[in-house]
Design a protein around this ligand. Structure first.
Ligand code: 13P
Length: 352
């Protein structure tokens, strides 16, 4: 393992106010999203959609890395160019999801543990050969009555740490993703306590497994009230709660925190990220970035609908969301950007 290279890659992933585009939906998840839009659930449709995403003009201005899925990293564009090559040419770092999903945790009803450690060393070496330079593993923590249990938190934190150590051995920057879910009626305060408990456990296990903190990226949830909680705090309160929670639990050596969107609307995800940077950017040891899937992709998917003639409009929508989130990293995102984007994105597309 070359620690300097890992460090350089991790720095590059959060440099220049850019962030990550997560496009690593497993086939079942991708198919579910396609079905909602009336898009055929085929290998070819998934390939065409991912080609649309990675060939978006000027994507590299706002996106530093894309997270691929095993099927996607092996695919090519219509002209035969491997996706990995297209991504690299755009100045973007290719990454890969390597967990095999969250499964029921034995002895813990209603809780999950993420699997995928068996054979992981070999898979990581193969992905490195294919050009990937970072990886992702998502652990899921469900807030509810009497849960999460300590057993669930420990099992997931332990797996995240073993995955991260294996990634660094293989020369891949681990994106460590412990997600406290938004679903439920828990309060902002409860989400904050849980997120802190989970992050403390994760960093304890990362330390025990000798993971180099300057060669990783943390991908946490924002601290939010549950979706069905009657009390929904404003953007600034969410930004304060999130930064306060992370400040207590995330060591300064970590170069970047890249939030997942977790089912927030695109606009709220951008506004909350923006508020964190407006209020705290100059005071924080780590970059406050994004690694969104739905909050970047959703409008593009809804425009595309599986039709070739919609590709350009879908790419404009994708570029727009990527640009809003880069602006949010700078603390320059304005809700007015949501109204004026069409013209900007059209000219951006033509200029490319
Ligand atoms: P969302 O931004 O849609 O939550 O997805 C991020 C992700 O990569 C989940 O693992």
């Amino acid at each position: 393992m070359n620690n300097q290279e890992l460090k350089n890659t991790a720095q590059r992933m959060v440099a220049h106010d850019k962030g990550l585009l997560a496009m690593d939906e497993s086939n079942p998840t991708c198919d579910k999203r396609f079905a909602k839009q009336g898009i055929p659930q085929t290998v070819e449709a998934r390939r065409a959609y991912r080609e649309l995403l990675i060939t978006t003009p000027r994507l590299g201005e706002c996106i530093s890395g894309v997270i691929l899925y095993d099927e996607t990293i092996r695919q090519r564009g219509k002209d035969g160019t491997p996706f990995v090559e297209t991504i690299q040419r755009a100045g973007i770092v290719p990454g890969i999801k390597v967990d095999t999903g969250a499964k029921a945790l034995a002895g813990h009803p209603g809780e999950k543990v993420t699997e995928g450690l068996d054979g992981l060393r070999e898979r990581l070496n193969e992905y490195f050969q294919m050009g990937a330079r970072f990886a992702k593993w998502r652990a899921v923590i469900t807030p509810g009555t009497g849960i999460p249990s300590r057993g669930c938190i420990e099992a997931n934190a332990g797996a995240l740490a073993r995955y991260a150590a294996l990634c660094q051995e293989a020369g891949l920057v681990p994106v460590v993703e412990p997600e406290v879910l938004m679903e439920g009626d828990h309060t902002l305060q409860r989400c904050s306590e849980l997120t802190e408990e989970v992050l403390r456990a994760v960093f304890a296990h990362l330390y025990t497994q000798r993971v180099e903190l300057d060669g990783m990226i943390l991908k946490p949830n924002m601290v939010l009230p549950g979706l069905s909680c009657p009390q929904q705090e404003g953007v600034d309160e969410v930004a304060d709660a999130t930064v306060q929670c992370l400040s207590r639990a995330v060591p300064a050596a970590v170069p970047g925190v890249a939030f997942l969107s977790g089912g927030q609307s695109c606009e709220l995800a951008s506004a909350r990220l923006n508020a964190m940077n407006v209020r705290f950017k100059s005071k924080l040891p780590w970059a406050v970035a994004f690694s969104f899937a739905r909050a970047i992709q959703q409008p593009a998917l809804e425009i595309w609908k599986g039709h070739e003639e919609n590709v350009t409009a879908a790419q404009q929508a994708l570029y727009h969301r990527a640009r809003c989130n880069r602006a949010a990293r700078r603390g320059e995102y304005q809700p007015a950007m949501e109204r004026s984007w069409k013209w900007d994105a059209v000219s951006a597309g033509k200029a490319a």
